[in-house]
Write a protein that binds this ligand. Sequence first.
Ligand code: FES
Ligand code: FES
Length: 439
Amino acid sequence: MSKNQLTSERHYDIHVFCCINERESGHPRGSCSARGAGELQAYMKVRGKVLKLGKRVRINKSGCLDRCELGPVMVIYPEGIWYHYQSREDIDEILEHHVIGGETVQRLMLQPGQSVLTPAEPPRIELQVKKIKESPNDVSRYELVSSDGQDLPSFVPGAHIDLFTGPGLRRSYSLAGDPAVRNRYVLGIRREKPSRGGSEWLLDHLAVGDHVSASLPANNFSLDRQATHHTLIAGGIGITPMMAMGHLLMREGASCHLHFCAPNERSAPFLDEIREIFDDKLTLHFDGGDSTQGIDLPSVLKDPSPKEHVYVCGPPGLVASVRAQASHWPPGSVHWEQFSASPVSKAKSNEAFTVLLSRQQVRLEVPPDQSILDVVRSAGIEVESSCEDGLCGCCRTRLLGGVPEHRDVVLTDSEKAIGDEMMICISRGKAGETLVLDL
Ligand code: FES
Ligand code: FES
């Protein structure tokens, strides 16, 4: 074999270097592998074989490519094009468009000198108000359909959507309709006292025929499909996610029972619909405004049957009582969602601490009278939020270092113990702590 032949066999037309560098946890510049680079690169190699990229394309693991804040990153030679990628879809697009098709993928490209990711616009859908039914109990029933008449994105029981009610304003609402009905979303919207503007705006400005933008359905409150019995406990407007759960469980003939708590029949939203959905799997608890006369939680939650799960949604007092009374239930069998902040998390005293925004390379002081979200926004960095009370999960942020004081009700106890995410609208650090955020 001649020297020339050897040289030509070692030549690649396209060379892809992917950073899978591991920095220690909490490194202020971040780490490509901590952001999933290893798994993504393994997928890329598998896809490379399927797509028969051949011997002239070489996909290599590389050490730190020195754009850690933007990771995972890759560079493709001979053009020297840099990409940031986060998902299998990104990989597919890079392989099919750039490596095979020779066209760059603009949306994933990094510019020379770029040190901050361009924020991705979360997908939105356009909805139209089809029906509004007002009721004397401050909760109105809204039916929304897609603006173009198509089926809506599917959802699972317990899911919510956010309605965008103005610049920077969004509110989360549980989907109360039957998940099998694809052409409408049903929401319960309650007039809040006091209102922070979101619900009030909807109730006062959204009429039948009007259009509104919404997020795709997301879920922080899922049914456990392994459970052999589902005990549902709802208070007031907390009934909405339970309605979607009821549609599915009753259709499947699953073992379930709903306990619905309200001061009296008149103030119980959606009562006729709930009776229809749950039939004889329903117990109503009307306490006349005196919680000591309400549901007997010690007896309802006394002895869980094997693989029984309990779900609670409603005011903070009810959620806290259920969690306390079910504290002897097996880990993971108690699920909750709360619609207003608990007085305890709001009453906690605040201390000053520091946040380090790893992608921005910015250090900010958080004073006692401001949240991390306030401080980050004041620094000109856009972060999505909704409830700003630690209830909805919208501001969930990856934590790369430091010990947070979790005050939200979104993360489970085990997620809080792992400590790699936090709700920056409400959770904080102790005095002198430095929290390193993936922002
Ligand atoms: S860790 Fe990937 S570029 Fe540095
Ligand atoms: S904005 Fe809802 S949890 Fe932070």
